[in-house]
Design a protein around this ligand. Structure first.
Ligand code: 5GP
Length: 169
């Protein structure tokens, strides 16, 4: 009897507390979203104002070659909806973006004959993000020994050949 009296309120208090915390986190994500600057380079790519070498596109997402690849096959996947960081995108859109990242990662891995690969996603300038439109990086091999981030432009003709391999994988 003691155990029941002691534990029942305690358990329900904890449950209640957890529920409030989860609700608050979701509200914060929507209410305090980072302002989106639609002059960023990926917004321009989405509007077709600057070119990109794409490997996949549908109504929700675009995947294209990173112009300064950290390794051959370095591909980016972005949502078409505007969002800056991991915390600014609605959970369902994030889930959809991850689903498409998995589809593209499978093709990158096959095309590049990679034993392993890395999925990287940076948030905020202090987190290393240089383009303020959320994206996943897909890199054949390990990010831990990849080339420098956003440093060395690749030849577009070469990137087009790599993209073709990925599209056909
Ligand atoms: P972040 O630093 O935001 O995680 O990654 C941005 C990535 O975008 C970098 O890897 C960089 O090389 C790439 N990038 C920057 N400008 C362009 C561009 O104009 N076109 C393409 N395709 N990639 C770009």
């Amino acid at each position: 009897v003691y155990i029941l009296l002691h534990w029942t309120p305690h358990t329900s208090y904890n449950f209640h507390n957890t529920k409030i915390t989860q609700d608050k986190t979701m509200t914060d994500a929507i209410t305090f979203a980072t302002p989106y600057d639609d002059s960023n380079i990926f917004a321009k790519i989405l509007r077709g104002e600057i070119p990109s070498i794409s490997v996949f596109e549908n109504d929700d997402c675009l995947a294209f070659m990173d112009i300064m690849p950290q390794r051959e096959g370095h591909t980016l996947v972005i949502p078409k909806r505007p969002a800056v960081t991991f915390l600014d995108i609605e959970p369902d859109s994030l889930a959809n973006l991850i689903k498409h990242t998995q589809i593209v990662a499978r093709a990158v891995q096959k095309a590049m004959n990679a034993d392993g690969f890395s999925i990287v996603q940076l948030n905020g300038s202090k987190g290393g993000q240089t383009v303020p439109h959320i994206h996943f990086h897909i890199l054949p091999g390990s990010i831990l020994n990849a080339g420098a981030h956003g440093a060395i432009p690749s030849d577009p003709e070469h990137l087009a050949k790599v993209a073709e391999k990925i599209r056909n994988a």
